[in-house]
Design a protein around this ligand. Structure first.
Ligand code: SF4
Ligand code: FES
Length: 338
């Protein structure tokens, strides 16, 4: 086991754990953002730099700081390591730069993008970016590629996180797409315009952090925040699919079916294409109840928890202010109504 201090909080984790996963054991606001790392996908991480942190002491044996910020998703902990994330100004400044870099080529077409409302880049930019841009050059453009009847590829939105490539490699038998080209010319493609067509291909939609891969059967049907997520399951005949999904309703209609995701937006169980694309009737499913979206994104609307005020702070407020806050709370008062 290794004991590390992350943002002043001590946590003990098994040897070999990455800094990011150690932070996730603490949870809450100290966890670094991740745009490419994805727990279920072996080898993911190390591409986007969203998760950079400062290691201010390498280990108990060698407490020297690491000279550069490190990617927390691929750097493993050492006993006695001290890591700074939200308490380090350099990390916060660099993270602003990472947002800016990811947005260099990403179009600002959120108003017409199906991913809007559940886009990790939107959330990342909202939480860590700046509200202005310095970019004046033209953005990259690509030839349109049709990758089949179920999945829409918008290459201009891709941030080259490689998640979809790992997904196709690791959960399907025949990956036909990958990252072609290098540097500025790198793009997701299916060499010689192959169609992505296998029983689990739809999972690339769920892992894509942006709107580069979206569900063609849901395209332009509804903004996701106007749909209601409901957990459901069915007896799926596919040997690798447990049939546990989230149905997204508008009124009585099931507009789309997705895998269930955890608080980090990671798929809990892969689902097959039959469940995802062919079962869009309520009668196909056993409903379990409303799905709770436990990450702060637009799709979690009406589920936002109010930030809790430290009871110590409340004690020091004048009584009239406390009464006013209780009547009309912009915040949840820990220890009073919390
Ligand atoms: S298409 Fe999406 S999942 Fe694939 S590399 Fe681009 S951003 Fe990542
Ligand atoms: S999440 Fe660590 S580099 Fe992308």
């Amino acid at each position: 086991m290794a004991k590390i201090t992350f943002d002043g909080i001590e946590v003990e984790v098994p040897d070999g754990t990455t800094i990011l996963n150690a932070a996730r054991q603490i949870g809450g606001g100290v966890v670094p953002p991740a745009m490419c790392y994805y727990t279920p996908l072996k080898g993911s991480g190390g591409k986007c730099r969203a998760c950079l942190v400062k290691v201010s002491a390498g280990s108990a044996k060698d407490p020297r700081p690491m000279p550069k910020l490190v990617a927390s998703c691929i750097t493993t902990v050492q006993d006695g390591m001290v890591v700074e994330n939200t308490i380090n100004q350099q990390v916060l400044d660099v993270r602003k730069g990472i947002v800016e870099m990811l947005l260099i080529n990403h179009p600002l077409d959120c108003p017409v993008c199906d991913q809007a409302g559940e886009c990790s880049l939107q959330d990342f930019a909202f939480e860590h970016g700046v509200s202005t841009t310095r970019y004046e050059e033209e953005r990259r453009t690509f030839e349109k590629i049709d990758i089949g009847p179920l999945i829409q590829l918008h290459m201009t939105r891709c941030i080259l996180c490689y998640r979809c490539v790992y997904t196709a490699n690791q959960i399907t038998d025949n990956r036909v797409h990958g990252v072609l080209g290098r540097g500025d010319a790198a793009e997701i493609g299916t060499y010689i315009e192959n169609i992505i067509d296998n029983d689990f291909s739809g999972n690339v939609i769920d892992v894509c952090p942006v709107g580069a891969l979206t569900d063609k059967t849901f395209r332009f049907k509804q903004r996701v925040w106007f749909t209601k997520p409901v957990n459901a399951h069915r007896n799926c005949s596919h040997e690798k699919c447990e049939g546990r999904v989230t149905l997204w309703y508008k009124g009585k209609d099931v507009l789309r079916v997705t895998a269930r995701k955890d608080e980090y937006g990671e798929v809990k169980e892969w689902i097959c294409n039959e469940c995802r694309f062919d079962k869009k009737e309520t009668a196909d499913w056993v409903l379990e109840g409303p799905a709770h979206i436990n990450r702060a994104s637009v799709i979690a609307q009406n589920h936002y928890e109010l930030p809790v005020v430290n009871p110590q702070v409340i004690q020091d407020l004048p009584e009239s202010t406390t009464r006013e806050l209780e009547r009309n709370p912009p915040l949840k008062l820990g220890g009073l109504n919390g």
